[in-house]
Design a protein around this ligand. Structure first.
Ligand SMILES: CC(C)(COP(=O)(O)OP(=O)(O)OC[C@H]1O[C@@H](n2cnc3c(N)ncnc32)[C@H](O)[C@@H]1OP(=O)(O)O)[C@@H](O)C(=O)NCCC(=O)NCCS
Length: 175
């Protein structure tokens, strides 16, 4: 954690040239062990709501990585810190996919980095035959509006499923 804090403060002070890379995560117990704490920290700040970090980490990995239809893309800062992730589930028909969850570390939000992450995700999904993407997003913080601004006429449907009509929006997007 001290290493992470040091990197964050260096990047904040712009003492290093910050670049971002993406990677398709290939699960092995060892590869997961390397990034589990970073992911759990991001996940708990985004969705945790007071759940202990250890539980967030376990919930994230199990049964998640046993599911072959699930694709995980990671976003890294230049020094190799995992600062964001997105997961998608490809449908059994193969031609559509659903974004399961996406989150960026709080320190890196508001810089459009979700675009880096989702571009990589979409390229990979297209290579697997996906032509339409389903996303359920929070309206809070303007994220649904960011989706509208980014995808424009690629949005096939923009609707509510009436579960949380005031706070969530569903999109079907043509890739
Ligand atoms: C939601 C979240 C992932 C957004 O990430 P972010 O990098 O902070 O998003 P930003 O507001 O900086 O980026 C949005 C910008 O990226 C652009 N963008 C580019 N590609 C995009 C894409 N594929 N999807 C969405 N936005 C995209 C948008 O158009 C917008 O730009 P604009 O404001 O100039 O129009 C982040 O705030 C987060 O982790 N929140 C907590 C967890 C959460 O709510 N996750 C989503 C669940 S619905």
């Amino acid at each position: 954690m001290i290493y992470r804090d040091k990197i964050l403060s260096m990047e904040k002070e712009k003492r290093i040239d910050v670049q971002f890379t993406t990677n398709i995560f290939v699960y092995t117990p060892e590869s997961w062990a390397k990034i589990a704490d970073e992911i759990a920290l991001i996940d708990s700040t985004a969705f945790g709501g007071g759940v202990p970090l250890e539980r967030v980490r376990d919930n994230f990995s199990h049964p998640n990585f046993e599911d072959p239809s699930l694709l995980t893309v990671l976003l890294y800062s230049k020094l190799g810190l995992v600062i964001g992730y997105s997961q998608a589930e490809q449908s059994w028909t193969k031609v559509s996919a659903r974004i399961v969850r996406t989150a960026i570390a709080p320190e890196y939000r508001g810089r459009g980095l979700v675009g880096n992450l989702m571009n990589r995700m979409e390229t990979e999904l297209k290579s697997r035959g996906v032509t339409t993407l389903n996303r359920k997003v929070r309206t809070e913080g303007g994220y649904a509006d960011a989706i509208r601004r980014h995808y424009k006429d690629k949005i096939i449907a923009d609707y509510t499923d009436d579960i949380h009509p005031m706070t969530e929006r569903l999109f079907v997007i043509k890739l």
